[in-house]
Design a protein around this ligand. Structure first.
Ligand code: IDP
Ligand code: MG
Length: 142
């Protein structure tokens, strides 16, 4: 495993952005912003896998819509490294609702609605570790 120079966060290029052909542009924005890719793969989650990933939102009114969307097509899951990675990745993503996201953020550029907002990012280092381990085994982290 390469020497770790920052902290890790977990990101997803969501099915809407994959469907729109934006994988390459989003990865370019990620690496141009100084993140190092530590793990990455294209997957298509089952409904159960999406429900497991978003279990924390089980009671929210949008849980059904969210897990249907996230299991509705392929997505790209990633472990990203940078100094202060959790915060830096959320800053690059922008607000949950693309209509409220700042200029220059990924959700502003690629998100269509509060549900279909192009990218996911962990909200804490602890959740980043849990989310990375949900999708990647030890040997998939470079
Ligand atoms: P975050 O992705 O910015 O951390 P969360 O509140 O954790 O936002 O919500 C997780 C995901 O659930 C969002 O990214 C979005 O895809 C979806 N979501 C959040 N709020 C709504 C809503 O009001 N309607 C539909 N989907 C929502
Ligand atoms: Mg969240």
């Amino acid at each position: 495993m390469a020497e770790q120079v920052g902290t890790l966060t977990f990101g997803i290029i969501k099915p809407d952005a994959v469907r729109a052909g934006k994988i390459g542009q989003i990865i370019a924005r990620i690496t141009d912003s100084g993140f190092h890719l530590r793990a990455m793969k294209l997957i298509h989650m089952t409904r159960r896998e999406a429900e497991g990933f978003y279990a924390i939102h089980r009671e929210r009114p949008f849980f059904g819509e969210l897990t249907e969307f996230m299991s509705g097509g392929p997505c790209v899951v990633m472990a990203l490294e940078k100094d202060g990675a959790v915060r830096a990745w959320r800053d690059l993503m922008g607000a949950t609702n693309p209509a409220q996201a700042e200029e220059g953020t990924l959700r502003k550029e690629f998100g269509a609605s509060v549900g279909e907002n192009a990218v996911h990012g962990s909200d804490s280092e602890e959740n980043a570790r849990l989310e990375i381990s949900y999708f990647f085994s030890q040997i998939e982290l470079v």
